[in-house]
Ligand binder design. Structure first.
Ligand SMILES: [Zn+2]
Length: 72
């Protein structure tokens, strides 16, 4: 099994690695992002789970059109 994903904090760039978990916060190694409680937050800066984005190896994903339009 090698399909663990990594998620990066937008505030401090801390990486949550599903393969490693976050033992200091009671998240066992191998815990999937979807299984982390919403009450969990960044162990470094305290940002909420929603501040993390998938750290993808794939080419960057374009912003949705709605966000583009609001740039004017
Ligand atoms: Zn953080």
């Amino acid at each position: 099994m090698s399909d663990f994903k990594k998620y990066q904090c937008l505030e401090c760039e801390h990486i949550y690695d599903e393969a490693k978990g976050d033992p200091d916060s009671g998240i066992a190694a191998g815990t999937r992002w979807a299984d982390i409680p919403d009450s969990w937050d960044c162990p470094i800066c305290g940002a909420p789970k929603s501040f993390f984005k998938l750290s993808a190896i794939a080419p960057c994903i374009a912003l949705p059109p709605a966000s583009m339009q609001s740039m004017e």
